[in-house]
Design a protein around this ligand. Structure first.
Ligand code: ZN
Length: 461
């Protein structure tokens, strides 16, 4: 039995791990490398294995850095079976189609650029919409939490709730080859306990080896309660000044959580019933509809709301904005609106238009509620830029800027440690984290055998 690492190795994105057992090859995740041109160029490189030789692909969850290279895998010859939960299957479809569309757009932009300049080269898309659609044909059995799936003789996979986003799972592999037996657990991304919609991550079982994420291996989170209060307070203040509230948001989970908190505030009278909320993101709207179809993924209180015919994501002044013309009409709204749009890091998408019309207005507020990578427009504004450039215009920043840190979808250091301790694993592979975070986390694990693989590294299990 062997394990190989092909992404998210001493880095956060591009998750892709390969297990070999009894002549079968099992991939856990096939995510996109994200952040910075150099890293993004890695996506087009060789996978480090033959896609045609993979028998099973087990998908832990539908974030792009876990499923975003699946269409490329299929394009390069994968013909095996993709196994994931019902919710992850629907969300992955949405995420892959969106990624393919963005790849096509970017390739078209490069082509236009290349046509104008003698030395510029056209850059083909990594994959196109058809590849994403073809990938859907390889989704096979659906995983149900806690029920083992026999993939092949001597190979069983159990998906266990990871509490990270809708449908997310850790994957437990029970492997046997000859007389050898191994139990290997892949954490996937682990959630933060006490979230509004999802259950807490399931306590893990005891295993021989664990492959675990370390995104926040060096940090503790602020508690959620004060962050929600800060969120409500920022909206109240902006409305008091007669301005708008602009929220750059991620389409999966964060957008739905914010709708959940806004609904709760209107119900309790904390925020006015007349508040107008615009979800200006076709992808977030589609994701919200998928959430409504998968109540099996929620904690106990959320399905109760559905049973009482109180949609947890609906509030009186909520508008779903799909059409571009409607989105543009929001540019004329000067006050009393909460506008949620993507992208979360303001690197593209409709949010840039809303920033253009609101950043310069001292009445308005911009709320950052998620991770902002280095070099992104979101990070520049958070770091206090006095002016930013948008659509070729220099825009002075007069709006009030809030950074609210307690909404993380990832376990923090203390939660990761507690989870790891319960696995009682003799062997630990740390992935999905920056090297510094991993080193700090590894130091806390004491004497257990800990590896921090580099890309394409291979180990005997
Ligand atoms: Zn994730």
């Amino acid at each position: 039995m062997k394990i190989e690492f092909h992404g998210a190795d001493q880095e956060v994105t591009g998750s892709c791990h390969l297990v070999e057992c009894g002549g079968k090859r099992i991939l856990v995740d096939c995510g996109l490398f994200q952040g910075g041109r150099e890293l993004e160029e890695d996506n087009a490189e060789d996978f480090g294995f033959d896609p045609a030789g993979i028998d099973f692909l087990l998908l832990t969850h539908a974030h792009l850095d876990h499923c975003g290279r699946m269409p490329l895998l299929v394009k390069r010859g994968f013909r095996g079976e993709i196994v994931t939960t019902a919710a992850s299957r629907e969300l992955a479809r949405l995420v892959m189609l969106d990624a393919a569309y963005l790849q096509e757009e970017e390739a078209a932009r490069h082509a236009r650029h290349a046509a104008r300049r003698a030395h510029a080269e056209a850059k083909p898309p990594l994959y196109v919409t058809l590849d994403a659609l073809n990938t859907l044909d390889y989704f096979g059995r659906t995983a149900t939490y806690d029920i083992p799936l026999q993939l092949a003789p001597g190979i069983a996979a159990t998906f266990v709730d990871a509490g990270h986003i809708l449908g997310s799972a850790s994957v437990l592999l029970d492997l046997s080859e000859g007389n050898a037996r191994r139990r290997v657990l892949f954490s996937g991304d682990l959630g933060n306990a006490g979230r509004p919609l999802l259950r807490n991550p399931m306590p893990p079982r005891q295993v021989d080896a664990v492959v675990m994420e370390t995104t926040y291996g060096d940090r503790l989170h602020k508690p959620l309660g004060p962050s929600v209060e800060e969120f409500y307070g920022a909206i109240e203040q902006a409305f008091g000044r007669g301005g708008n509230v602009i929220i750059p948001t991620f389409a999966l989970e964060r957008a739905q959580e914010l709708l959940f908190f806004l609904r709760a505030a209107v119900e309790s009278g904390r925020l006015p019933r007349t508040m107008q909320v615009f979800l200006d993101s076709p992808m977030a709207i589609s994701a919200t509809q998928i959430f409504e179809r998968h109540q099996e993924c929620f904690n106990t209180q959320t399905p109760e709301l559905f049973r009482d015919h109180r949609d947890p994501f609906a509030l009186p002044g909520l508008h779903y904005v799909r059409e571009t013309a409607e989105s543009m009409a929001l540019n004329r709204v000067t006050g009393g609106a909460v506008i949620m749009a993507g992208s979360g890091m303001c690197t593209g998408g409709r949010i840039r238009h809303h920033l253009r019309y609101n950043l310069g207005r001292s009445q308005s507020a911009v709320l950052f509620v998620g991770f902002a990578g280095r070099g992104t427009l979101a990070r520049r504004i958070i770091d206090g830029a006095r002016t930013v450039s948008l659509f070729g215009e220099e825009i002075a920043v007069h709006a009030s800027i809030h950074t609210i840190n307690g909404f993380s979808a990832h376990a923090d250091q203390a939660e990761l440690r507690a989870w790891h301790a319960q696995t009682a694993a003799g062997r630990t592979f740390l992935v999905h984290g920056e090297r510094e975070a991993m080193l700090k986390f590894a130091a806390q694990l004491g004497s257990a055998q800990v590896d921090m693989p580099v890309r394409n590294q291979r180990f005997e299990l």
